[in-house]
Design a protein around this ligand. Structure first.
Ligand code: DUC
Ligand code: ZN
Ligand code: ZN
Length: 457
């Protein structure tokens, strides 16, 4: 035995109970009422909760976007993840024109592998679908990459997949066991509304929201779900942020379709009111934060199980880059931060009584592991799985500030948000990578996780 975590309250998606945990060679090898340490390192977790590390299934690290590159490198992003109790990160690898799927993942891996402080995987964004790419989906699944994303937006940027592309990929996913994710918003409406506001001289961050309000997102959610239902294939909607979309997901799931929805902490905490603030441009991301009714629907969707996962869409830009859009919202690079805040924020909401701790573990760890095919290793505290473990102090109060975050970004949208309870230790495969506010890990420690999806519904 290398490590024994004693006297803590273990919380998984299904259970809450007191037990000791024994770890050897990075794996959980024993869970029992009492484990003798026999000289192993001992962590006394009396009065603390012991949770599986979170999985952030949606990040954009050092991604070329919006005329620059997102501000957190793989090192900074995964360091911040570790300090927020996230032990696995799924990053998006953008296919360049003419490139293959596995080639795309391997190129990103060259950048990521020497920097990663926690384990990681890639979803490949398909932006150039050709017959060879469709044929390559099966090999990519065999290679351990069974998840792909398409953008239903970003037409002018050359990233958009039209309905034909989406449907071909959905059909292929059915044959291969892959899962297709979609960023769902209506591009034509966004372009039209944006042009109109600019002509009228309406250029503040508020008009970022107004150019893509609730109904613009809802239409694309409904269209994506319509195709998935019609072809009888699974689909995963990333960063769902509007009420009508939640309702459509629920309808489809109630009919027995394998439809998954993800939402993000920023949509659960902030509303579109942030775009009226002086620093409103810092909150500009797509889809934008919505009104209160949508926020309530998202919380309800989590409670009912219609929203399956929480992830961050972590894609931060520095203040100076956000400032490009001071006088024109279309020049603001889209994206917000959250990689270090997801688990602490959700756990704090549980600690304040909004949802159960088990539910937080389900949506932040177990469900992403199952849906994206790494639940043999991740997502719970069970003998045989990786010792990705967070020790959480429910009594520790924490106020989020740029100064106590660990990323490379020079501000945080979460500044001043007060949390009840906070992670005090994070273990990645048994290695202590975070303790009491300090990062203790090392770049290059994180491993690429090969995945295999199973049909769940
Ligand atoms: N939306 C963002 O806000 N940033 C990155 C990509 C995206 O779709
Ligand atoms: Zn997106
Ligand atoms: Zn994203």
């Amino acid at each position: 035995m290398d490590l024994v975590i004693k006297n803590g309250v273990i919380i998984t998606a299904e259970e809450t109970y007191k037990a000791d945990i024994g770890v050897k060679n990075g794996k959980i090898i024993e869970i029992a009422d009492r484990i003798e340490d026999h000289g192993a390192e001992v962590v006394n977790a009396e009065g603390k909760y012991v949770l599986p590390g979170a999985i952030d299934a949606h990040t954009h690290l050092q991604m070329p976007f919006g005329g620059t590159v997102s501000a957190d490198s793989y090192e900074a992003g995964t360091r911040a993840a570790a300090c927020g109790g996230t032990t696995t990160v799924f990053d998006f690898a953008l296919q360049q024109k003419g490139h293959g799927i596995i080639q795309t993942a391997k190129e990103r891996d060259k950048l990521c592998a020497p920097q990663a402080c926690v384990d990681y995987a890639f979803h490949v964004v398909i932006s150039d679908l050709r017959p060879e790419i469709l044929d390559e989906v099966e090999s990519a699944v065999d290679y351990g990459i069974p998840s792909f994303k398409v953008y239903m937006v970003y037409k002018k940027e050359g990233l958009m997949a039209d309905d034909g592309v989406l449907c071909q990929l959905l059909q292929k996913s059915k044959e291969t066991g892959a899962l297709i994710s979609v960023h769902a918003e209506n591009p034509d409406l966004i372009d039209l509304r944006t042009e109109t506001y600019l002509k009228e001289g309406k250029t503040s961050a508020w008009y970022h929201y107004m150019s893509r309000p609730e109904f613009v997102e809802a239409e694309a959610d409904k269209r994506a779900i319509h195709w998935a239902k019609s072809l009888n294939t699974p689909i995963y909607i990333v960063h769902l942020a509007n009420k009508e979309g939640v309702e459509e997901v629920k309808r489809a799931r109630d009919m027995g379709f394998e439809i998954y929805a993800e939402t993000c902490p920023q949509y659960l905490h902030f509303t579109n009111e942030v775009y009226k603030r002086e620093d409103g441009r810092n909150f500009v991301c797509s889809p934008p934060m919505k009104g209160e009714e949508s926020q309530e629907a998202l919380w309800m969707g989590i409670k009912t199980g219609d929203i399956s996962t929480i992830a961050t869409d972590h894609c931060p830009f520095q203040t100076s880059e956000k400032d490009w859009g001071k006088d024109d919202f279309t020049k603001i690079p889209n994206g917000c931060m959250g990689i270090e805040n997801m688990y602490p924020y959700m756990l704090s909401e549980a600690n304040k009584g909004r949802i159960s701790f088990n539910k937080v573990v389900e949506v932040c760890s177990l469900n992403p592991a199952k849906i994206f095919g790494c639940d043999e290793l991740k997502g719970s505290i069970v003998v045989g799985k990786d010792a990705d473990i967070v020790i959480y102090d429910p009594e520790k109060n924490f106020t989020i500030s740029k100064n106590n975050m660990h990323s490379d970004v020079d501000y945080t949208i979460w500044e001043g948000v007060k949390l009840k309870g906070y992670p005090i230790m994070t273990f990645s495969r048994g290695k202590l990578v975070f303790e009491d506010g300090e990062f203790l890990g090392q770049p290059g420690w994180g491993k690429f996780i090969k995945r295999k999806r199973k049909k769940l519904l």
